[in-house]
Design a protein around this ligand. Sequence first.
Ligand SMILES: Cc1cc2nc3c(=O)[nH]c(=O)nc-3n(C[C@H](O)[C@H](O)[C@H](O)COP(=O)(O)O)c2cc1C
Length: 263
Amino acid sequence: MSRRAIDLLSVLSLGGITAGAIALLWWTQGEWWVASPSGKQWAWAIGGTAAYLVICLLSLLKFAGTRASTRNSDAGSSLEGEGATGFDVLVLYASQTGTAEELATETVEQLGRSGVMAELAGIEEPDEERWSRADVVLIVASTAGEGEPPDHAYDFAETSMSESRDLSSLRFGVLALGDREYDEYCAFGRQINRWLLDSGASPLFDMIEVDDRDEEAIERWETLVGERVLKREKVRDTVEIDRLGVGAPVMSMSGKLRDSVSL
Ligand SMILES: Cc1cc2nc3c(=O)[nH]c(=O)nc-3n(C[C@H](O)[C@H](O)[C@H](O)COP(=O)(O)O)c2cc1C
């Protein structure tokens, strides 16, 4: 179930409970019942309240953990901590009505489940230094208006994307959302893809275009992210090349692998 659907369900449940409580006020006519509850009733009430508070606390802790791993509002810092691999992945979105942001969030969660901590941000958030520090940038971008970028990405498209940058050490993937009903199909995603190629960045795979939430295209994206990003992260840490073939490592590389390991 998507995050939006869960939010909607929560709001509806809370609304239903509140409406029920208000309706009960009318149901109880006359004087309130004033007898003291029995010991057993007290025990149930206290036990129930304690269990409710524990569940709230656990949910809060889980929520805080999820936010820490998916939303680092300080785009200038990389994520560290348990499970962090040092492999720097940025997942950026450009979204007018939330679909691209939702898909980008799901991508971060997919990576997280495989032990890769990725940073989620709007495409306009990371500064130039942050872009150059990333190993991989995955971008989910929709097109709005008539081939226009979403509002929050407008300045980025106007300024940053008109500058030439050296992104030759960057690997990237683009998921372009659009609708074939429009003349300028997936225009902004295509524009980003072109800009990254012109800036010297290397595609992990060909840009994927999504026509009106086409599930097949989205699944292809998930598969390729799994195959290309996660596989790459696994080979990154230490590669030992035994050129002699006698079991003695001749060369050991650690750190960022770029063109030396092709996918
Ligand atoms: C007002 C409006 C204008 C759109 N313009 C285009 C367009 O020019 N080209 C295109 O391919 N898709 C266009 N779309 C389709 C969106 O890109 C597509 O629905 C996308 O999934 C929306 O993603 P978002 O919720 O992240 O903004 C438009 C959608 C709307 C509502």
